[in-house]
Design a protein around this ligand. Structure first.
Ligand SMILES: [Zn+2]
Length: 126
């Protein structure tokens, strides 16, 4: 950590005394364990959302948090059914009225499959 922060600084040109008294953001060590059994820690800000997975620096495999942080369950949108889409456009009361209207037309022989038409039925009977 310390080495990394000093890298790139011009020696002698700058005093690091200024940094005294500055509080560094609080950090935490987060442990991970990969499938190959490599354990490692990643330094993160305490404010960071700890990822459930981290790439193993030794083998590149996906490592899981040893702190028991589970991967966020993917929020799957429930599939919209035809019924859902219908309800977005009409209330159930409206649909009942439409159903009643259509049933009357169907019973009256105005709509529906030909074999249900009263006129046809009459023809068939006679
Ligand atoms: Zn590994």
């Amino acid at each position: 950590m310390a080495e990394r922060t000093l890298r790139g600084a011009r020696l002698g040109g700058q005093s690091f005394e200024d940094e005294r008294g500055i509080e560094f953001a609080a950090r935490q060590q987060v442990g991970y364990l990969c499938k190959q059994g490599h354990e490692f820690e990643v330094t993160m800000s305490v404010e960071a959302d700890i990822p459930a997975n981290w790439e193993c620096p030794r083998c590149g495999a996906e490592a899981l948090s040893t702190a028991g942080i589970l991967p966020e369950a993917k929020v799957e949108k429930p599939a919209r059914t035809h019924w859902d889409m219908l309800l977005e456009r009409r209330s159930e009361k409206e649909l009942e009225d439409i159903l009643k209207e259509r049933l009357e037309l169907l019973r009256g022989g105005a709509i529906g499959p030909a074999h249900l038409h009263r006129a046809n039925r009459k023809k068939r009977v006679s």
